[in-house]
Design a binder for this molecule. Structure first.
Ligand code: NAP
Length: 255
């Protein structure tokens, strides 16, 4: 039997990259998938791709920074699709300005990154809390190597702060919701080839190589590399796992 049969899974930022791959993987495992993204076109295409492959998928435009919209979407999903049992908080952005760069630019980065990567997780989780509690659901948050360390590859203090926050949120919520049977975990991807790092890959091969030199498996990751951990954390395979982060980083943090 498929690992996620009878589940309804919401994935944020599902129009591209890791979120899109997770949504497809969940559909292959029998879940009905609710794909959401700020970009209505890409997320509609992603859902269509899943349906064409025989899966069950709906798409909705959602900017995770808009709390009222998140609440409205949760009501809409409850009416049109059903009670959500899995939530993947995946939507995220980064910028690559040093803290010492232009003050206004860095301040804008801080606001935008924390609004999406951290407030967004709060907004969506709170919106879907009732069905997740009712169904003893599972929440999977996308952290990072930067849930633990700052990277010398151009990144921002805001991104590192946000991903440390994702891990803190994961632990705190796991502690609070354990009594309801809701499990809350995170995944820490390494360097995964997606739009988020397309510019770096195109324009700075030396930097990518420096990253690989620090990666025991010696390669960058693909979105598909995150799908297995995401299925594991959403399924009964991880029935006794909560408050954890599964690193899928090619071993980056071991050396
Ligand atoms: P991606 O391909 O850029 O996917 C991110 C998706 O989130 C995009 O579809 C993006 O839409 C969407 N998004 C942006 N702002 C949003 C908002 N306000 N509301 C809803 N959706 C929004 O990048 P990715 O690498 O798959 O990133 C997914 C997650 O993995 C992020 O949390 C990221 O921090 C994390 N992560 C990635 C890596 C990596 O190396 N790729 C490593 C560690 C962690 P638009 O493209 O239309 O803006």
């Amino acid at each position: 039997m498929a690992l996620l049969a009878n589940h309804i899974a919401v994935v944020t930022g599902a129009g591209s990259g890791i979120g899109r791959a997770i949504a497809s993987g969940y559909a292959r495992e029998g879940a009905q998938v609710v794909l959401t993204d700020v970009n209505a076109d890409t997320v509609a295409a992603a859902a269509q791709e899943i349906r064409a492959a025989g899966g069950k998928a709906e798409s909705f435009a959602l900017d995770v920074t808009r709390r009222e919209d998140c609440l409205a979407l949760a009501r809409q999903v409850a009416e049109k699709v059903g009670q959500v049992s899995i939530l993947v908080n995946n939507a995220g952005i980064t910028r690559r300005n040093a803290f010492t760069a232009d003050a206004e630019t860095v301040a804008k980065d801080w606001q935008d990154i924390l609004a999406i990567n951290l407030d967004g997780i709060f907004n969506v989780t709170q919106a879907f809390l009732a069905p997740l509690r009712a169904r003893r659901g599972r929440i999977v948050n996308i952290g990072s190597i930067q849930s633990f360390v700052h990277l010398r590859t151009p990144s921002s203090v805001a991104y590192t702060t946000s991903k440390h926050g994702v891990l803190g949120f994961t632990k705190a919520l796991a502690a609070e919701l354990g009594k309801d049977g809701v499990r809350v975990n995170a995944i820490g991807p390494g360097f995964i080839e997606t739009n988020i790092n397309a510019q770096v890959r195109a324009g700075n091969p030396a930097l990518v190589q420096a990253f690989l030199d620090h990666t025991p498996l010696g390669r960058t990751g693909k979105p598909e590399d995150i799908v297995g951990p995401a299925i594991f954390l959403a399924s009964d395979l991880s029935a006794y796992v909560t408050g954890s982060i599964v690193m899928a980083d090619g071993g980056y943090r071991t050396v």
